[in-house]
Write a protein that binds this ligand. Structure first.
Ligand code: CMX
Length: 388
């Protein structure tokens, strides 16, 4: 059987595996290769890491990078859509303060949709992207009990600046925070078509629920500890290590493995080398915060963990993944509570998931759109011989 035929043959061994490896569609925004990781519209992520997030949003929707005039026009378009109704703050004030920030994010997206849905896939997606920075800032402030005296929203500022201005934290280096967040957003915007949150968002949209309902559902999927919340777990893991001494770090890693716990920040389902998104963030940390305690720990982990994990031949990729460094960088610039980290991931993914929803709803099948999702499930007792 040829490779291609094999790829498209569904076998009994594929059942009850969460569609793992079963081809179900095409993705116009990004793909992942084992060595270079994610590519956005053909560009390896390492080549895009230093672009402003707005230019990468443009890329995901238009499938080409903007020139200067297109970039300026796109930023102006986002500004024209950026106004967030102040009444969203009233909704946030009613939420339980100990609710997880990802649940707040899902409520926030839904609430924006209840306040203003046009029904046009692209319009709604662009409006949501434009409103995310302010909504994120309000979410942080109100959940932390800082809901008063919130600064005016400067819709003409960059996505990241609007968020940082809304937060309005004392004693932080705004430029540093903006630089770390801008890189974080670009690195996390998209990751192929089949990851759980993207697939979920597209599945919901396939039933013609609104963009807001679809993205809120995608955020719920992202919040799981096996998916986006690994982001939070990874810094919690680093904080538990508490030393950058190589021997102590090695003893800690071995202890985790003996206790059958994951060594967070290492391994990947598809990549077979260090994730370029980790490489970019390590370089950023070496430039911006080489002496930060957590950064020193992850620098040692990057040396030690792949060697220890390589001793187990079952582990397909012992190298660092995207989550190893992002937490240390976010912590360094002032985000001390890891439970918020997945909300940054979600904010970034609104662009990639949104672009994929717009493609599936308005481009695929010559513009008719992908039909409503309906994979087949067999009754357990049904005879499976015909697909052997
Ligand atoms: N620590 C401990 N065990 C690991 C491991 C790690 N970092 N990486 C892989 N393994 C184990 C797997 O659990 C699996 O064990 P079983 O056979 O007992 O089930 C075995 O090695 C083989 O796994 P694999 O084929 O190499 O990798 P998977 O596709 O099954 O899992 C991943 C990938 C990311 C879930 C896994 O490497 C892991 O748990 N890493 C730690 C958690 C983490 O950092 N998650 C963030 C992922 C970021 C991203 O996806 O981009």
């Amino acid at each position: 059987m040829g490779d291609e035929e094999d790829l498209f043959t569904v076998r009994t061994s594929h059942l009850n595996t969460g569609l793992r490896g079963v081809p179900v569609g095409t993705c116009r925004t990004s793909f992942v290769t084992p060595t270079e990781g994610v590519h956005y519209c053909g560009y390896p992520i390492a080549e895009l890491a230093h672009y402003p997030p707005e230019d990468i949003v443009y890329l995901l929707f238009n499938k080409e990078l903007p020139n200067d005039a297109q970039s300026a026009a796109f930023k102006a378009d986002l500004a024209s859509r950026g106004h967030v109704p102040p009444s969203i703050a009233a909704v946030f004030h009613t939420l339980p303060k100990d609710g997880h920030p990802m649940d707040w994010l899902s409520v926030g997206v839904h609430t924006l949709g209840m306040m203003d849905t046009t029904g046009d896939w692209k319009e709604d997606t662009m409006n949501l992207i434009a409103r995310m920075p302010r909504m994120m800032g309000l979410l942080f402030r109100i959940r932390e009990g800082r809901g008063d005296d919130i600064p005016e929203d400067d819709v003409s500022a960059s996505m990241v600046k609007r968020f940082v201005q809304t937060l309005d934290l004392d004693d932080i280096d705004h430029d540093l925070m903006e630089r770390i967040l801008a890189t974080y957003l670009v690195l996390h915007m998209d990751h192929g078509g089949g990851n759980l949150s993207t697939f979920t968002g597209k599945a919901i949209a396939s039933g013609h629920a609104t963009v807001y309902a679809s993205i809120a559902g995608a955020m719920n999927a992202l919040s799981g500890p096996l998916h986006g919340r690994a982001n939070q777990s990874c810094l919690e893991f680093v904080l538990r290590i508490g030393t950058s001494d190589a021997e102590e770090v090695e003893a800690f890693v071995r202890g985790e493995l003996e206790a059958k716990r994951p060594v967070f920040g290492f391994g990947h389902a598809v990549l077979r080398a260090e994730d370029p998104r980790a490489t970019v963030q390590f370089a950023l940390g070496e430039e911006l915060c080489p002496d930060d305690d957590n950064f020193k720990i992850i620098r040692t982990l990057r040396e030690v963990a792949p060697r220890v994990l390589s001793e187990n031949p079952k582990i397909s990729n012992p190298n660092a993944n995207v989550d190893i460094a992002s937490g240390a960088l976010l912590h360094h610039v002032g985000f001390k509570d890891p439970t918020y980290y997945t909300t940054f991931f979600g904010w970034a993914r609104v662009a990639g998931i949104g672009a994929q929803i717009v493609d599936e709803r308005t481009v695929m099948r010559s513009g008719k759109g992908t039909p409503i999702y309906r994979p087949k499930y067999f009754a357990e007792q049904q005879n499976l011989r015909h697909i052997e």
